[in-house]
Design a protein around this ligand. Structure first.
Ligand SMILES: [Zn+2]
Length: 473
C-alpha cells in the first residue's frame, strides 16, 4: 500500500498562497536539519517570479560544500564530493556537473550574497523542503546517506553494451495520473525528477532518472510492449494528453510529457513516501492555493472503478466506470463556481487508482467528505431497481443520509434506503464517507435513462445540492 504524503505538499505550498506582489518579504528563518542557519543581515527570503529565493551560501556551507565566488563574472561555484554547481548572478542558466540546467528564476545579489530559487536548491542538492507558514520558516532536510535508507527490493539491472559504470537498481514508478491540475507520480524509492517546459507545441516534460515502471504499473493504466502509454486528460482545460515512456534504457529513465493547451508554470513537491506532485500554475498569476486554504471544505469525489476494472456492465453493453466518471466530471463542472469547496478527484480519466489509494488521498487531505459514485447491478434479477446509499463508519451516516435524500430526488427511482456495508473505500476513510449507487445498469429501463446526459446532469446537480446542504453552504 502506498502512502500519499499530501501533508508535505500542502505545507510546501502554504507559503505560495496569496502573494501576488513581485517580492513579498517573508522572514529570515532557514533551518537545515533542524539547525537554524544564520542568514546574513539585509537578506530577506523573498518571492521573485513566484519563486521563494533563499541565500545560497549559508545553505551550501551548511551542507559541507565549498562555496566560491568570482566577483568579476558574478559566478558562484558550489563544490562537494558528488557535484559541482556553477551559477551566474542574473543568469537563468546554471551548470551542474558540466550540463546546463535552467533555473526558474535567476540568482540575484542581495546584501552581498546571492539568493537562488528554493526549488533549485532542493533539486540540485537533494534536499527535502517544507515551510511553516505560521512561523514563516523554511526547513531543509539533507539527504539520508544510502546506508541509512531502507533496503530496496533487488531488481535485475538491464545489461547493455558499452561498458558504462554499473548503476544502482532503479526506483520503480507505480502510477502516473493527472487530476485537478496536478500530475501525481507514485514511486517507490528515491527519485530526483528534472522538469522542463517546451514550446511549439507547449509541453511540460518530467524526466525521472534511474526509474523503471513497476510490475503493477500496467495493471492500473495503459502500458504497451515498448514500455510507453498515453491517456487523454478528460475534463482538463490545460492539458490535452499525458504521455509516458521508458525514455532511456541506460540509465533507465522514465519520461512523462503533458501536452499543454497553453503555456504553464509549475511547482514541484516530493515527499518521503515517494509521491511526486507537479502542480500546474498560470504563468505570472502565482500558484494555486493549497487544498482547503481559507477554511474551504475539502471534498474528495471518487468515480468508482476505471481502466481495466470496468465495474458492472449495463444491459446495453455500457460500462459502469464510464457512467461514474461522467457524473463525477459533471459534478466537478458544477462546483467550479462554488468558492466554499475545494474539490479533489481520485481520477479524472480512465485510470484505476487502487481502493487503498482513493481512501488514502481523502485521509491525507483531511477531507471533510468523501463521496464515491457507482452504479448498481444484479444480473440474475433484471427487475432490481432503485437508488441506495452506503456508509460504514458512523461519522458517515449524516453525510449518507443527506446525500441519499438529494440523490433520490434527482433519480426519481425506487428508494432502496441508506445502508451500511464494509466497502474498502468507506472502511479506510477516516473522515465522513459515503458511496452512492445511483441506479441499476442491469435494469433495462434504468440503464437507458442513466445513459442520457439529462439524467446524469440531474444526478450531478443532486450531488451538488446534497454536498452543499451537508457543508451548510
Ligand atoms: Zn461500482
Amino acid at each position: 500500500m502506498k502512502k500519499y504524503g499530501f501533508l508535505l505538499l500542502l505545507a510546501l505550498m502554504l507559503w505560495l498562497v496569496p502573494m501576488h506582489g513581485q517580492a513579498a518579504a517573508a522572514s529570515n528563518a532557514v533551518y537545515l536539519d533542524g539547525k537554524a542557519l544564520s542568514v546574513p543581515a539585509g537578506v530577506k527570503i523573498e518571492l521573485v517570479q513566484n519563486n521563494v529565493m533563499i541565500p545560497l551560501r549559508v545553505v551550501a556551507e551548511g551542507l559541507g560544500s565549498t562555496v566560491g565566488w568570482d566577483q568579476k563574472s558574478g559566478t558562484v561555484t558550489i563544490q562537494n564530493d558528488a557535484s559541482t554547481i556553477e551559477l551566474v548572478v542574473n543568469n537563468n542558466n546554471a551548470v551542474v556537473n558540466g550540463s546546463k540546467v535552467k533555473l526558474a528564476a535567476p540568482p540575484l545579489l542581495r546584501g552581498g550574497t546571492s539568493v537562488v530559487p528554493l526549488r533549485f536548491v532542493s533539486e540540485q542538492m537533494g534536499l527535502k523542503v517544507s515551510w511553516d507558514n505560521k512561523a514563516k520558516s523554511a526547513y531543509l532536510t539533507s539527504p539520508v546517506p544510502a546506508e541509512d535508507q531502507a533496503p530496496q527490493p533487488a531488481q535485475p539491472t538491464p545489461v547493455t553494451g558499452g561498458g558504462s559504470a554499473p548503476s544502482a537498481a532503479p526506483a520503480t514508478v507505480n502510477s502516473i495520473s493527472f487530476a485537478d491540475g496536478r500530475l501525481l507520480i507514485a514511486a517507490s524509492g528515491a527519485v530526483n525528477p528534472s522538469i522542463s517546459t517546451l514550446t511549439g507545441p507547449d509541453r511540460l516534460v518530467v524526466d525521472l532518472p534511474n526509474t523503471a515502471f513497476s510490475s503493477q504499473f500496467g495493471l492500473g493504466q495503459p502500458l504497451d510492449q515498448k514500455q510507453s502509454g498515453q491517456q487523454d486528460a478528460i475534463g482538463s482545460a490545460d492539458v490535452s494528453r499525458i504521455r509516458y515512456s521508458l525514455f532511456n534504457n541506460n540509465p533507465s529513465t522514465i519520461r512523462v510529457v503533458l501536452d499543454l493547451n497553453a503555456p504553464k508554470s509549475y511547482t514541484l513537491s516530493q515527499d518521503s513516501s515517494g509521491l511526486i506532485t507537479v502542480t500546474l500554475t498560470d504563468p505570472g498569476t502565482g500558484p494555486t492555493p493549497p487544498v482547503g486554504a481559507g477554511g474551504k471544505k475539502v471534498l474528495v469525489l471518487d468515480a468508482g472503478h476505471g481502466f481495466k476494472d470496468v465495474g458492472t456492465t449495463g444491459i446495453l453493453g455500457n460500462h459502469e466506470k464510464d457512467f461514474n466518471l461522467s457524473v463525477t466530471l459533471k459534478v466537478a463542472d458544477l462546483l467550479k463556481s462554488e468558492t466554499g469547496i475545494d474539490l479533489v478527484l481520485t481520477r479524472s480519466d480512465d485510470t484505476y487508482p487502487t481502493l487503498a489509494q482513493r481512501a488514502q488521498l481523502a485521509n491525507d487531505l483531511h477531507a471533510d467528505a468523501f463521496i464515491s459514485i457507482h452504479a448498481n447491478s444484479v444480473l440474475d434479477k433484471p427487475d432490481a431497481s432503485g437508488t441506495e446509499t452506503y456508509y460504514y463508519n458512523s461519522n458517515g451516516k449524516e453525510l449518507a443520509t443527506i446525500m441519499h435524500k438529494h440523490l433520490l430526488q434527482a433519480t426519481g427511482f425506487k428508494d432502496r434506503k441508506v445502508k451500511t456495508e464494509r466497502y474498502q473505500v468507506l472502511r479506510q476513510s477516516n473522515g465522513p464517507a459515503t458511496l452512492l449507487e445511483v441506479g441499476f445498469l442491469s435494469n433495462l429501463q434504468e440503464d437507458m435513462i442513466m445513459l442520457t446526459d439529462d439524467f446524469q446532469q440531474r444526478v450531478a446537480q443532486g450531488i451538488v445540492d446534497g454536498i452543499k446542504e451537508y457543508f451548510k453552504l
